[in-house]
Each structure stands twice: as C-alpha cells, then as structure tokens.
Design a protein around this ligand. Structure first.
Ligand code: CTP
Length: 393
C-alpha cells in the first residue's frame, strides 16, 4: 500500500500540534498533504505546515489555480488515508451531515480512502449527547475515531477532550499500513545500552538511545511478527504492541535473551552491550580519598555469539557500531560471531547513529553488501526488515 496521507486540520487550539503530527506521519514513510480549514488557520500558520509537509497547503475549495493542479477530486483520489486531527466539534457535525461547504468536508465526501478522526474540544462539548451521537454515526459509517485524552485543557477545564498525542495518532494511522511479510514469525530484539554498576551511585554505560532498536520493533510488528523486546537503558517510548522485558546489565540481558530465544525465528541484536563490567561492585559509594582510582574490568558474555552457537539458532542479525575501517571490521564481526548478517553504522558521524533521528547503514551478509541510504531511523528499519525477509524467509 502507498502511504499518501491527507491531514485535515480544523479549528481547535490543538491545531498548533499539527506540524508535529505531519512529522510523525512522515516518520512512517508517508507523503503528507495538509488541508487547513478556516478555523484551523486561526491556530496554526500555513507556512509552518507547508515547510514541514514540503507541499503546498490546500485550503480553498474555490481556488481556480488549485483546481488546475490538484483540485478537490484529485486530492480525494490521491489519498490512501485522510486523518482529521484536530477534528473540531463543528467539523465532526459537518461530516455527519455530509456537508460540502469547504475543501476538507468536500474531500471527505469525494474520497474512497480510509478516514480517521481525532476529536479535540472542551470536555463539556465532548461529553454532550450531540457529540456522542455524531461520533457513533461516523463509526457506523466506517470512520475510525482516535479517542481524545484526559487531562488539563487549554481553557483550564480538566476532563476528556484533548487531542490524542501526535505519536499515538501516527501509531493508529500506521496500523492501516500493516503487511504480513513476517506473519506467523517470532522476532526477538535487544534494544538500548546496558548499565554496569561501579558502586550504588556510579555506572559504566554508553550513548545508545534505543531509537534504532525501537524503530526495528515497530517495523517487525508492522510486518506481522510476534515481537519480544529485551530493553536496556533507553530514551524513547516503548512500542506498546510488543512483549517487553526490561534489564539493566549485560548479564541480565544475556539471561533474558537465553530464556526467551528458543522458539524465535529471528534475533536482532541491536543493543549496545557493554563489553566489560567492573570486576567488583562496591557495596558502598566509593570515596574520593586518593588522586588515582583504578577500576578493574572483566569481559561480559557476548550475547550475539552465544545465540549464534545454539543448535537450533534463529536467523541472527548483529549490529556493528564502528568509527574506522568500517567494512573490514564489520566483515570480521560477521565471521567471528557467525551471524547471518551485520548491520554496520558509522557512529563517528553525529548526523547518523546513536542519538540522531536518522541513520545510514550497510547490510552485510555473507554473499554481499548493500547500502541503505540515509533516512529516518523508521524508514531505515523498515528497509532492514524488508531485506531480512527477502534474504532469509
Ligand atoms: N553484542 C552482544 N554482546 C556483547 C557485545 C556485543 O550481543 N557482549 C552484540 C551487539 O548487540 C552487536 C554486535 O554484538 O549486535 C556487535 O557489537 P560491537 O560492540 O560493535 O562489537 P564487539 O563485538 O563488542 O567488538 P568491538 O567492541 O571490539 O568493536
């Protein structure tokens, strides 16, 4: 399925979040075009939406210039999905009545795309009987409702009615793009950095954010796999649809992986596992009582290597975070660890790798190397999962 999304932005204070929604949808690999209603324009600038969507914002049903390029019927046909977020009470009421008095309502009538509506309004308005009936009617017609959240509202009220988070809107939209490339398969992914205690206060760790691993988790779930995550230290939201096991140290990660590996079809070792840990963990905070301190380290078990040694091992994919001599080092890792492929990234380049939203990797298998060009980690993850599916399943 293509991922062409129209985002309808209507008149609610939460319209200020719409550029973020555009970004989140783009992270799914979608092309986004925005339709801004008159009410929406009161809360967010056309320029912001045009800049993030990289497309002209559509706003006028009667714009003859627009009709020559992409008028309401072309827009309606172009879209695979139309999401109205925020959807004001008035916009929702118009949809119920099939009105066609502005560009957004007309496109909704003229489209055969899936329609999603994310209501956003004052809690009393949201709780009204008219709104309940309207949303029920839309649901009966096949419109998906992205439920609003509960909390403090811009007007000062507290209750249900605030726009769902942009990440949640994107997550629900993405369910429409699921494929079944890994349907029936089980995938285990390690994610994030490990933390090795020195004393009750200090530890050794690394810069891993978990972004790449979580993007892979998402792509694996989108491909229909039953996905288990062994998660170390991360600074990203956890994918809610996965089975999750949280760990701290490399030893704990090793234990969790070994306890869950036996019925897996695919193991992706994305975690930045500490190669060493302090030989002794001081039970008390180490005091600053001398000019020099030495911490003796002992090697951790290599989780990826150990999984690759299993008799009925799953397909094993490792990562190589390198700063020099990239391809050679990665090929060496492929051989030493005896995995099926290594995904290599250059962590010396801050525009890609560790904390960045983007990545560029090489997929190194025994029979050759493929480059996956720079893109958002989500798109790179999707390409990696596609490549693994093609090569090994
Ligand atoms: N890995 C692992 N267990 C370890 C160390 C690494 O499972 N104790 C996995 C990582 O998840 C990654 C791969 O091994 O998939 C490569 O890790 P990396 O740290 O790049 O390589 P090392 O083998 O540790 O070698 P070096 O640090 O010398 O580059």
């Amino acid at each position: 399925m293509n991922k062409r999304i129209i985002l309808g932005v209507s008149g609610s204070i939460a319209a200020y979040k719409s550029p973020d929604i555009v970004r989140r949808l783009q992270d799914l690999g979608a092309e986004v075009r925005v339709i801004l209603t008159g009410g929406g324009r009161e809360f967010v600038s056309e320029r912001s939406l045009q800049t993030v969507s990289k497309n002209k914002v559509h706003d006028n049903l009667w714009d003859s210039e627009a009709e020559l390029s992409m008028g309401h019927i072309e827009l309606a046909k172009w879209a695979d999905v139309v999401i109205i977020a925020p959807a004001s009470a008035n916009t929702i009421a118009k949809l119920c009545h099939g009105k066609a008095d502005d560009l957004l309502s007309t496109v909704i009538l003229a489209t055969s795309a899936s329609v999603m509506v994310a209501p956003s309004m004052n809690q009393q308005m949201y709780a009204s009987l008219a709104m309940k009936d309207n949303l029920e009617l839309l649901q009966k017609r096949g419109v998906r409702i992205i439920d609003p959240g509960f909390g403090e509202q811009a007007c000062g009220d507290v209750g249900e009615g605030r726009l769902a988070e942009p990440s949640e809107i994107a997550r629900q939209a993405s369910e429409l793009f699921q494929n079944n490339a890994l349907g029936g398969k089980r995938v285990l992914i390690t994610i994030g950095g490990t933390v090795e205690a020195i004393d009750p206060v200090r530890f050794l760790s690394n810069h891993s954010s978990g972004k790449m691993g979580m993007a892979l988790a998402y792509a694996s779930i989108q491909a229909g796999a039953e996905t288990t995550l062994v998660i170390g230290s991360i600074s990203v939201d956890v994918e809610k649809r996965a089975k999750t096991i949280f760990v701290t140290s490399a030893n704990e990660m090793h234990e969790a992986v070994m306890a869950n590996i036996h019925d897996q079809d695919l193991f992706i070792s994305c975690a930045a596992v500490a190669d060493y840990r302090p030989t002794k963990v001081s039970p008390n905070k180490i005091k600053k009582d001398s000019d020099k301190q030495t911490i003796e380290l002992v090697a951790n078990k290599d989780i990826l290597s150990d999984v690759c040694q299993l008799k009925d091992k799953p397909i094993c994919i490792g990562f190589a975070a390198e700063t020099e001599n990239y391809i050679n080092n990665a090929n060496q890792k492929l051989k030493n660890k005896q995995c099926d492929a290594i995904i290599l990234n250059d962590v010396s380049n801050s525009a890609i790798g560790f904390k960045s939203d983007d990545n560029e990797v090489y997929f190194i298998a025994r029979d050759g190397t493929d480059k996956i060009n720079k893109n958002s980690k989500q798109i790179v993850a999707e390409k990696i999962i596609k490549k693994i599916t093609k090569e090994f399943f």
